[in-house]
Design a protein around this ligand. Sequence first.
Ligand SMILES: [Zn+2]
Length: 542
Amino acid sequence: MPLLSNILKTKKLSKRGRSTTPSFVCEVPLQVLPSQEPVLQTRFEAARQCYNALLGEALRRLRLMQQSQAYQAARKIPRGITHLAERKAAFKQIRQSMGFTEYALSRYATTIHHSWIGDHVDAVIGQTLAHRAFDAVDKMALGRAKKVRFKGRRGIHQIGSLEGKSNQAGLRWRTDHLEWGSLALPMISGVEHDPIIAYGLTHPIKYVRLVRRNLRGQDRYYAQLICEGIPLRKLDPQSGRFQHPLGSDMVGLDIGPSTIGVVGETQASLQRFAEEIVRDHATLRREQRHADRQRRANNPDCYDAQGRAIKGKHPRNKSRRQRHTEARIRDLHRKEAAHRKTLHGQLAHRILAQGTIILTEKLSYKAFQKRWGRSISIRAPRLFLTILTRKAESAGGQVIEFNTRTTALSQTCLCGQKHKKRLSERVHTCECGVTMQRDLFSAYLARFVEDDALQVAKARESWLGSEPILRTAWQQATQNQPASGQRQPSSFGRFVSGPSQSRSPEKENLPEFKASDAVTEAQVSARAGERMTVEVFRTPRL
Ligand SMILES: [Zn+2]
């Protein structure tokens, strides 16, 4: 187990290559007087318009850049290694000359500042907004995003947070209150007794973020203090030990669109992500249908006789009741997100209790989104991995994502054979006698990946000891009734009780064993057929 002092010393490189010290976030609820509320609202509105202006400007510059002859010429430079440096330099030069850099955009932010916006938002916030806007458009420039989103006045696309750069200017925290220009917002009295907040307040603050959330139709404000150090580890009041113990196993994960297989040395499990959310999601859907009916009733001209939306007509009339429904939907969305975060956090702690070095495949979650959009938006596997990575790192461990192509875990067997499987084949069955649920087997193999390559020999050595653990996990997964009240997901496959001991892959490879177990090819395939208890895989239903 790495010492805490070592964790503090390890400096990470941020996205921009700056070295960063470890930090954690401490959230403090703020008390806002009725006289201060309109001031805050005006400032958030000014920030929103500032952000939109910056986003628009960045987009304009991107388009101009892409239309330029120099850009078109740079695109023609081949992508190969020999031309890599040349290509890179050419694009860098064009970006600079066309003003498509973060620096140029933050200079543009100062010109916005000479307008009315400058009376409400300070220059530092302008710079952080420029950073956000540039990041969004840069993703588009690099082909990682299709479009950018302008911030709306209300709803999920409103601007939810503002942040500074240091605790010296703009938003700053002073002992027990947030200072921002003429405003001083104290923390809600009593929260200083909360152990987590008390712990955060004793640490040096890097910068402060002001968050606005809408709770049951009311705006609430929170200060998020970005503190230097490592987060508090909670103690259990009864035993006096850490509430979330840390294990020392190597843990392998197999993350699917809706399920996760976890395999450690002594424990394994196969479960679904955020199961409770799926159950509660029905309420949200009902409210969404309600709002849709209200929208149609309030804007009959926008729909044709068959109820289809007429192109170019936008439903703008809203009844008081529709506004209420929409407020409820916003609240349900917020609750759902918070609940999901809690469940993901709990699962992460359960995994860290097994071990803090975690191995998993590097997956394209975008491909997940394309194929299982709705399921992904509710279960959010990528968010889970982000949370797990953060928690593992602050515990001194790490999440290692390895290459799928070089390892091909779902196809590989302990005997070294490769069987290409369809997604519908949920059970890994091999002639050598290995029969295991596919996800659990992949998670098991993940533990033996070193430098993007699977160490098959090591995996084979430990298989005899691990197989019963995996089998128990498989059995439990197929027996447990899902919390959503739906039937068991077919992705778990039908449980197959263990093969006879003699059919271990190790013995299989010994020559004398082979001789005594001489079976014809037809018999082998017949036996394999028996074990092929594969159910047809369906897209996860929600
Ligand atoms: Zn095999």
